[in-house]
Design a protein around this ligand. Sequence first.
Ligand code: GLU
Length: 305
Amino acid sequence: MKEFLEETVHSSKYWVMEGHIASYIPRLATANKKHVGIGVYTVDNQYHSAGDTNIKFSIQSVCKVFSLICALKDSGLEKLLMKVDVEPSGDRFNSLVKLETMQNHRPLNPFINAGAIATIGMIRARNAEERFNKVLQILRDMTNNDNLTYNQEVYESEKETGDTNKAIAYYLKGAGILEENVDDILDTYFKICSMEAGIEDMARAAAVIANDGSIPWNGNQLISKEDTKIVRAIMATSGLYDGSGEFSVKVGIPAKSGVGGCIIGAAPNKMGIATFGPSLNEKGNSIAGIRMFQSLSKEYQLSVF
Ligand code: GLU
């Protein structure tokens, strides 16, 4: 497999100069377009990687997988569905447009910004710190890495530039979707977007999702099988913003991307995959990441469809 991964990293590099780097905050804008890496963590506990695998990156929207897992654990699907739907949006990740027109004002799914903010409101906690720590802890448990945390500089920039997210959160509060303190929820949202990790960390987290919530390296059932199935289903339908349909057709692996350049994917009962490549296409998805997922899916027949 190592050889195949080296080859796929090499061929995906050909396309990266075409894209753009997320530049809405200074720290993300310093990423190198040419960096490309991939890690695969199998459910039978083996790890293979290739390319630029030692870089720590901002996980950005990939964090929405972890907030969803926490909300499902704390509130369960039925309660969550009262606040957020599970339908693909077809709009940009930070769109506000359907909030007013949808019945009950529920955001369309937990992976667009509005949906993630509503989902964070369903994580039970006494304050913002406890809520953030729950998400960080699930990330640490799923990666076997207690050193992971958020980047202070990214967090402060997220907060400073996050006017659209603030508008979304206040709208949700006005519509009765958010019941908690808006600033507390936003604080958790900005912090979890700023969490940093590496390729192996994210491949491990994806492997837990691929392995029905059971941790490949110690056999503990961290997330229930049912919840993991829900997470994979939402990843398959809404994981790549308004590029989710094409990704399902061409790759067919439940996945979640972030504008930091990471994509995680969970091939059920087979492997967790993490790719990194900060050069993004017009929909905000990693160009090299999509290419690598495509070739891996084809080579190992990973499409769930
Ligand atoms: N922090 C970003 C935002 O809320 C997340 C962007 C993303 O990765 O989709 O705008």
